[in-house]
Design a protein around this ligand. Structure first.
Ligand SMILES: [Zn+2]
Ligand SMILES: [Zn+2]
Length: 338
């Protein structure tokens, strides 16, 4: 099979990646062998490519946002038959550690993320445990299916907070996570959705996906009138700015990945005086199955989210595009559509 292999910039692959011919994996006991169709490029993949992702083990086939067809099943697999259309929750949690027992699978102390510490979907075949595989509803095409994993991350973030219904929402950053947050906030009945985003192209995308107003940084009037901030930019300055825009009982959900050493000035009096809540959210915990259901309703509204689809042998161009301002969501086609 052909597979896109990352070396974490440790063994001199040009640009950190190489398309290789490899033996196809086999489905071991309890595993399902899948032919991925469309696979999303995520911020995590860009960090992995640069060798900057702490959990990355190299050389590695990345890719964790995908669906595909079942090619083979290993001994003991009962829920899937060959040919079934499936999608994959890319987090293999142990199920027994203290965080797993609390249902916080994303914080599992033995977490194995597919496409990070074990091989993922940027290949013609990938083997994964049956327990992370879900049947893909008939109504969802491979493009919508590739968006289920990032949608699950946004859904998990929203589930960490009180309801967004009838609330004013301000989103920082209109990359693919920010755009999904806009669409989901709209779907959940937010009263008003605003966005702050430096790129004009992405501001236009935000308006298309359901935001009422899109500001460049510094353009929005300084008012403390927002009930929910979704921080999806990962810029510490945005977090500081956001704290100053929250209304009483305002909630800030931190989804953006700031540099680990980044710091901001926080005024504890503000937390006290306005009863603010700061909520962190990473990955998706158990939200994948619920995200499949939400996607069956949201898919039409997300048509405009995918900006580019590249072939597996155009991966270099795909990743360069994913880093550019042109990109909304960029997908790689690893197998032809059936
Ligand atoms: Zn991702
Ligand atoms: Zn665990």
């Amino acid at each position: 099979m052909r597979a896109l292999v990352f070396d974490g910039r440790t063994s001199g692959y040009e640009g950190g990646m190489r398309l290789e011919n490899r033996e196809s994996p086999v489905a071991g006991p309890g595993e399902v062998l899948i032919a991925p169709e469309l696979v999303g490029i995520c911020g995590t993949d860009l960090h992995l490519l640069d060798g900057e992702y702490p959990l990355g083990r190299f050389p590695r086939i990345a890719g964790h946002e995908f669906s595909g067809r079942v090619l083979a099943i290993g001994p003991g697999v009962t829920r899937f038959a060959i040919g079934a259309r499936v999608c994959v929750d890319p987090n293999i949690a142990c199920g027994t550690c203290s965080m797993c027992r609390e249902g916080a699978f994303n914080l599992c102390s033995n977490l194995v993320p597919v496409g990070v510490t074990i091989d993922g979907g940027f290949a013609e075949a990938v083997a994964v445990p049956e327990k992370i595989v879900h049947l893909l509803p008939q109504s969802l095409d491979a493009q919508a299916a590739a968006l289920i994993e990032p949608l699950a991350c946004v859904l998990h973030a929203f589930e960490r907070a009180p309801t967004l219904q009838d609330a004013s929402v301000l989103v920082y950053g209109a990359g693919s996570i920010g755009l999904l947050a806009i669409a989901l906030a709209r779907h959940q009945g937010a009263a008003r959705i605003e966005v702050i985003e430096p790129s004009a192209t992405r501001r236009a995308a935000a308006l298309e996906l359901g935001a009422e107003v899109a500001f460049a940084p510094g353009e929005r009037e300084n008012r403390r009138d927002v009930r929910f901030v979704i921080e999806a930019s990962g810029h510490p300055a945005a977090v500081a700015d956001a704290l100053d825009r929250l209304a009483p009982r305002g909630v800030l959900i931190q989804m953006g990945v700031c540099a680990p050493e980044a710091q901001i000035v926080l005024t504890p009096f503000d937390l006290f005086d306005r009863e603010l809540s700061l909520i962190g959210s990473q990955s998706l915990s158990g939200a994948y199955g619920r995200a499949i259901e939400v996607m069956t309703m949201l898919a039409p509204a997300l048509q405009g989210l995918v900006s580019h689809v590249f072939a597996l042998d155009e991966a270099r161009e795909a990743f360069a595009t994913a880093r550019s301002e042109m990109a909304r969501k960029v997908l790689i086609r690893c197998n032809p559509s059936p």
